[in-house]
Design a protein around this ligand. Sequence first.
Ligand code: ZN
Length: 327
Amino acid sequence: MDKKISGLHHVTAIANDPQRNLDFYIGLLGLRLVKRTVNFDDPGTYHFYFGDARGTPGTILTFFPWPGARRGHRGVGQIEATAFAISPDSVGYWLDRFKEQHITAEKTGTRFGEDVIRFADPDGLLLELVASPVGAGVSPVNARRFAIESWTNSPVPAEHSLRGFHSVSAALEGYERTAKLLTKSFGYRLIEESGNRFRFVASSNSGPGRIVDLLCMPDGRAGHVAAGSVHHIAFRAKDNAEQLQWREHLVELGYNVTPVIDRTYFHSIYFREPGGILFEIATEPPGFTLDETLDELGSKLRLPPWMEPARPEIEQVLPPVKIPAQQ
Ligand code: ZN
């Protein structure tokens, strides 16, 4: 395989109450709802996509909100924490904002030289904001783009906005086989290690979401994926042809890989990595402006064409929600 993975495409997690989920990610964290659709495998459930102003791959956190869903618990074979990058000048802003909004957040001290703020969403999903200067480990999505074209309805000023994923931390019983997949196949490099944390970075030199930290936890208990847990993480592929090459390569390595699945806004393949976490490879095209203009992103419930005939029934089943700051 001569191709390399350039970083994350999205992270998908499970939530409980959809309104609470919208209020937290839009109203508090200032992300944009870039797509409001349904779970294609369970159309009575929403699928929310949050991201930057444009829905750039590498900034996208998505949720399946299942009202009444039980909470999972963190453990090995799971993503332990999902981190967004912020400007180093935004640490004070975010600590103040969490305090004002009565969200428990702690500055955990530096990790590989960068400040980390840790907090949880209303379902207990562990999140981090990592103060990351341009060029150190991860690049902001595009600092100029945020200043010029920032989504103006965000309650968070553009200079303090989240700049896409910094990294994910994967909790594993043993890290070697996952490390081998990242380095030998995906083209990642081990750049730092400290204690049980091993940091891998994509070899591409731009774009968000280039870091994966593997946490070696041989004594950890297995996690249970439910509300408040990451369901899977997706890496990005440039196009359909590249995705097919990845599929072929992974099958050759002995992985069970799904056929290509049409997720409307991207195409997906899924497989379970050696540590038990569900990995996806998603194509960058066609993207979220497939069925809405940039201005309209997230403003209406979008359904894939094959579900449109059932729209009245689907809308009746979905719990009503109010989109904060977009009304
Ligand atoms: Zn996905």
